[in-house]
Design a protein around this ligand. Structure first.
Ligand SMILES: Cc1ncc(COP(=O)(O)O)c(C=O)c1O
Length: 446
């Protein structure tokens, strides 16, 4: 266990007097004040990551929109922070659009994307002047035109293209192949382009592609940039359409595990701009506006899930740490076999000499955060910090096993504020109703 390597790429995490801190804030103190399980979000880390993306893109592109992907983390604290930084938003639902607009995102910086949008979602997007509605099928294109026609408006539309590009990521978060449900294939794209020429209420401005998430290899992202730019040029040259935007989606991964090398946003921005500009050279075309939809890259390492060891036990030949956080609080390990660093919060000078499985309270065998993880010898009552849980953590948390979504605090320099209260039973059931015929039932023995 090389602690210094883990902390090196997470400069907001520090060791003070042998204990783990998030900047100047003691995680032990947070657990005493707010209890566990507890999500801790570092606002400054999100700002740093956003700035890193902003600076990388400004070096290489004239005009761009960083449309933060809300699905990664839609906590009010996070989306309001990003809106203050003037980030755009990529959303996939009606409520997502409402959330972005009510958090102060300008409608022109909102992207609506998703393979099965309802007519109500399309209507809301068009009525509210959402910057880009990305269609994923021929039928959806016709729906957008007909709804915009009813409303007497013209919709700004992008087409999501399925480029059939494989990315080396977990199969459940890969989206770029023809076996997936996303987008239209290149042949069909031509049908949509032809149709767009004839539709009066569609203004086709963009081509879109998103090939998957947690991609750590630049090659598929480079291919994506090349293929999408070629299609962009063809769409303008062959169909005389007035496209002006390329949306490269999200997908740039983060180093959950210590690796020899990993990609930075600067590497990514440089590669896609180089490829795009090389293809546009001598084409007498304006440089398109770029949209990127990063989620994970902005928020993943901003957050920690603090959890307490309830019990230590031996079963078979395995030692288990049974903690108070479960798969309902954080699903990535159960869903994607994801790896997350897990560190003790106190006495970090101890040697990591024991191998533990770390499981939660949920009655499912998939409720395990780690197998055979090296840690110091742990006792019940001790605290563990699961790192990099900011993306696809809280946004996937749920009430399975009648457990509340964890309390969440956001920290900002020396300030700590609650960003989400722990749910009570009343909160969990507040939208439910007991049917009258159940209420009226007399007690009967079966
Ligand atoms: C269309 C779209 N855009 C952006 C993202 C964000 O991806 P990531 O969090 O990997 O940046 C996703 C998530 O998979 C997505 O489906």
């Amino acid at each position: 266990m090389d602690l210094s390597k883990i902390l090196k790429i997470r400069s907001h995490l520090r060791i003070r007097g042998n204990n783990l801190f998030i900047r100047n804030i003691s995680l032990k103190k947070l657990s005493e004040e707010y209890g566990t399980p507890l999500y801790v979000i570092d606002a400054e880390r999100i700002i740093d990551k956003y700035k890193e993306i902003y600076n990388s893109l400004s070096k290489h592109f004239k005009e761009f929109n960083i449309a933060y992907s809300y699905k990664a983390n839609h906590s009010l604290s996070v989306v309001n922070l990003l809106s203050k930084l003037e980030a755009g938003a990529t959303v996939t639902s009606y409520l997502g659009m409402e959330l972005a607009l009510s958090s102060g995102v300008s409608p022109s910086n909102v992207v609506l994307v998703g393979p099965s949008k309802t007519k109500e979602e399309l209507r809301y997007a068009i009525q509210n002047n959402i910057g880009l509605t990305v269609v994923e099928s021929y039928e959806e294109l016709l729906s957008v035109d007909s709804i915009a026609n009813e409303l007497g408006l013209v919709a700004n539309v992008g087409i999501r293209v399925n480029l059939n590009i494989k990315s080396n990521t977990h199969k459940k978060i890969a989206t770029g192949l023809l076996t997936h449900k996303f987008g239209v294939n290149v042949n069909e794209l031509h049908l949509l382009l032809k149709k767009c020429k004839k539709l009066n209420n569609v203004n086709l401005v963009a081509l879109h592609s998103h090939i998957g998430s947690q991609i750590l290899d630049l090659n598929p992202l480079k291919r994506q940039a090349i293929e999408l730019t070629k299609l962009y040029i063809k769409s303008i040259e062959n169909y005389n359409l007035k496209l002006n935007t390329l949306d490269f989606g999200g997908g740039v991964g983060v180093p959950y595990l210590i690796r020899k090398s990993y990609i930075t946003y600067e590497d990514y921005a440089k590669v896609i701009s180089t490829e795009m500009k090389a293809l546009l050279k001598n084409k007498n075309l304006e440089e398109p506006k770029i949209i990127v939809e990063p989620g994970r890259y902005i928020v993943a390492d901003s957050s920690i899930l603090l959890t307490k060891v309830n019990y230590v036990k031996k079963l078979g030949n395995k030692k288990w740490l049974l903690v108070d956080a479960g798969m309902n609080d954080f699903m990535r390990v159960a869903l994607y076999d994801a790896y997350h660093e897990i560190l003790p919060v106190e006495k970090l000078d101890r040697k990591f000499v024991e191998k533990y499985n770390i499981g939660g309270p949920v009655c499912e065998s998939s409720d395990v955060f780690a197998f055979n993880r090296m840690l110091p010898s742990m006792k019940s009552g001790e605290l563990l910090a699961m790192l990099d849980v900011g993306a696809y953590g809280l946004s996937m948390a749920n009430n399975y096993n009648i457990r509340s979504i964890p309390k969440t605090v956001m920290v900002w320099k020396d300030k700590v504020e609650v960003a989400r209260e722990k749910e009570s039973l009343e909160d969990i059931v507040k939208k439910e109703k007991v049917p009258n015929f159940i209420k009226e039932l007399q007690l009967v023995s079966p």
